[in-house]
Design a protein around this ligand. Structure first.
Ligand code: ZN
Length: 462
């Protein structure tokens, strides 16, 4: 009996050693392929420089659908298709204009941009006193007496002491999303929101905002101001509390239009019914060209299928790339994809999203069971040679979120986040700020994780 146990231990240990070296070899092949034959950077170059910003419902968004579909078609996948989805269409209109006026005729122009979803100002613009607050909670303290008839200036900065800049972002993005609908309750006539940016510069950063249940006629215009503009405005208001603020924007909401998620897959050789999804979002904001957010995630996801093929791996499960439409101002693509998957009773076992910029990969976050997380942690040593150290539990990503159920592992690529919000949703999000090698390392890390989940499956499906 004791002898048998010994034999068993030897077999298990030897097998584990063998499996480990197989994995090491495969991951090495993936990285070498990514760093020598990746297509991510060329695809991103086209998306960013030939097409540009891809706001949902725009001509550019449609061009991006056509381009990425054609690229997937050329990759020799088993199936490539477009999944129709209705998306909102909001357009910015003519460039916004703003100034602060400290005395009649004494004005300083300030850089603003309309927030996505905002209504326009009246044609002649809005001019009113402006009152600064440090977030939504201040509105109640001030009350309608102090706010009525004024523009509210939300100036809560991102917390620079947090190492995760995403945490810092979530700490103050509420004022951007809900500032207008909250301020209107106290009689505000417009809102100006400090850009979600840790650095001081002249770029206003847009982003989605909502009006909740407000009727169309109750809605007030909302715009973002650059961080330097916010600092200037705040300093001005300390010296001249009765300063006026003027702004003008002509954005508009149109009826929903049809767009598409772009999808391609390699059929699994052993478990074709088990689906692994890897994706990013194809739409972007209209300022800049959406290279980091999220052109990078799209091209990396497309490359995952290529890199697995080119590095000589035959997936056991079906590997599907999904380029989601409309993450930024509606999440319609993510919701549609999950809805269709549910209706077709498709079995998704693993979904990986890249939507945090094309920077050096640090690791992944996982939304999964303890058992699956334990398994992920055991893969840690495989990633260490590539300086991918962070395997943590946490939020995976917006587009794959609607797929969540008990049987799926959701994961998000976590690149270094320190510079992400310099670019996010602004004119500064352009191709020249994406480093080719960092982008490729991200694609390689993603491919390696997809390889491991494909090979070993997830807990529930064993
Ligand atoms: Zn994004």
């Amino acid at each position: 009996m004791k002898f048998l146990k010994y034999i068993l231990i030897v077999v298990v240990v030897t097998w584990q050693g063998y499996a480990q070296s197989e994995d090491e070899k495969q991951i090495k092949a993936i990285y070498e392929t990514a760093l020598t034959q990746s297509k991510s950077y060329d695809w991103l170059n086209y998306l960013s420089n030939q097409i540009g910003g891809r706001l949902s419902g725009s001509i550019q968004a449609q061009q991006a659908v056509d381009y990425t579909k054609a690229q997937l078609d050329s990759m020799g996948l088993d199936k490539v298709w477009l999944q129709p989805v209705m998306v909102p269409k909001w357009v910015r209109g003519t460039p916004e204009f703003a100034y602060v006026e400290t005395a009649p005729g004494i004005t300083t122009n300030l850089p603003i941009c309309a927030l996505g979803g905002s209504v326009a100002t009246p044609l002649q613009g809005i001019k009113a006193n402006i009152i600064e607050v440090n977030g939504i909670k201040d509105l109640e303290v001030l009350g309608a007496d102090k706010i009525k008839g004024k523009i509210v200036f939300f100036n809560k900065p991102m917390d620079p002491t947090l190492i995760s800049t995403f945490e810092s972002y979530s700490g103050c993005v509420g004022q951007r999303y809900a500032g207008a609908m909250e301020a209107v309750k106290y009689g505000a006539v417009g809102v100006i929101v400090r850009s979600m940016n840790l650095r001081l510069d002249d770029y206003p950063h847009t982003g989605s905002m909502g009006y909740g249940d407000l009727e169309v006629w109750e809605r007030i215009p909302a715009a973002a101001i650059s961080t330097k503009g916010a600092e200037f405005l705040s300093a001005t208001l300390k010296l001249s509390p009765n300063a006026n603020f003027y702004f003008k924007q002509s954005c508009k909401v149109y009826n929903d239009v049809e767009s598409f998620n772009v999808i391609g897959e390699i059929k699994g050789s052993t478990y074709p019914d088990e689906i692994i999804v890897v994706g990013g979002h194809l739409d972007s904001w209209d300022l800049g060209d959406g290279s980091h957010d999220d052109g990078a995630g799209c091209v990396q996801s497309m490359d995952v299928l290529r890199l697995l093929k080119e590095s000589g791996y035959t997936p056991k499960r079906t590997i599907r790339v999904v380029l989601f439409m409309n993450e930024e101002n509606g999440l319609r693509g993510g919701k549609k994809y999950a809805e269709v998957a549910k209706n077709k009773k498709e079995k998704h076992v693993f979904a990986l999203e890249s939507d945090a910029g094309g920077f050096s990969p640090r690791g992944f976050s996982f939304d999964c069971s303890e058992g699956d997380f334990k398994k992920v942690k055991s893969w840690g040593p495989l990633f260490e040679p590539y300086l991918v150290h962070m395997l943590v539990k946490g939020y995976s990503g917006a587009d794959i979120g609607p797929l969540k159920d008990d049987g799926i592992v959701l994961a998000g690529l976590r690149p270094d986040s320190q510079r992400y919000f310099d670019h996010h949703h602004s004119e500064y999000d352009t191709f020249d700020h994406v480093n080719k090698r960092e982008l490729e390392l991200g694609a390689a890390a993603m491919s390696s994780l997809v390889y491991l989940f494909d090979k070993y499956g997830v807990e529930k499906t064993k």
